[in-house]
Design a binder for this molecule. Structure first.
Ligand SMILES: [Zn+2]
Ligand SMILES: [Zn+2]
Length: 210
């Protein structure tokens, strides 16, 4: 079961991904509007085990604390973004407001780690470039891409911790090698498929070639 809520000023996609058999699930990127997220979880009686952040920018983490308080879920972040956050190095240059909210990280993720909930699982794919600890999450036929890959666009690499070469490698060596039929579920904007992006995403083609 997949539910999408678009939250906050930057219209981030917050996904609630739940095992059909057990009702156990995860919240991916609760960026804002905690009440909306919590209402949906309670309304459907989902049992949320984990909050997973594709990266620690505020628009993906802003409701972490409230969702954790209401569900008891553990917060999972890739170890390199956890380090950056704890050192206070993040600064969203497109926002003059507080850049990130600090929150306690319960588990630091590494590349290839499997996150299980009920009969479902997601594999962590470390995709640095937008941030050092950015991740994508691979399910059976879905790929949550955070701010690494969008429909017709790619992640920014000009923010603190961003790195064009790293993003290029992540896209080329970690994502483009995956199945074309995967549904791409990005951190902002509409869904796509990996095959479609390979064909039509000009920014993706440009960064891969240069
Ligand atoms: Zn971001
Ligand atoms: Zn974002």
């Amino acid at each position: 079961m997949l539910r999408l809520l678009t939250v906050g000023q930057l219209q981030a996609n917050c996904y609630i991904f739940v095992c059909d058999e057990t009702g156990m699930g995860v919240v991916i990127d609760p960026g804002d509007e905690s009440e909306k997220i919590i209402d949906l979880i309670q309304g459907e009686s989902f049992k949320i085990l984990y909050i997973i952040n594709t990266h620690v920018h505020l628009d993906h983490t802003g409701a972490n604390r409230e969702v954790k308080r209401s569900t008891g879920a553990k917060i999972l972040v890739h170890q390199e973004d956890a380090d950056m956050m704890e050192m206070g190095k993040y600064d969203l240059s497109f926002s003059k407001q507080e850049m990130f909210v600090s929150f306690k990280i319960d588990r630091r993720l590494v590349d290839n780690e499997i996150i299980k909930f009920g009969m479902q699982k997601l594999k962590v794919i470390h995709t640095p470039g937008h941030t050092p600890g950015g991740i994508c999450l691979l399910g059976q036929d879905v790929l949550f891409t955070g701010d690494t890959l969008f429909k017709n666009s790619i992640g920014r690499y000009d923010l603190p911790g961003g790195d064009r070469e790293a993003l290029k490698n992540s896209l080329k060596k970690k994502l483009l090698v995956l199945d074309n039929n995967l549904t791409i579920l990005p951190g902002h904007g509409p869904f796509s498929s990996l095959g479609e992006e390979k064909k039509n995403n000009l920014l993706l083609r440009e960064i891969i070639e240069k």
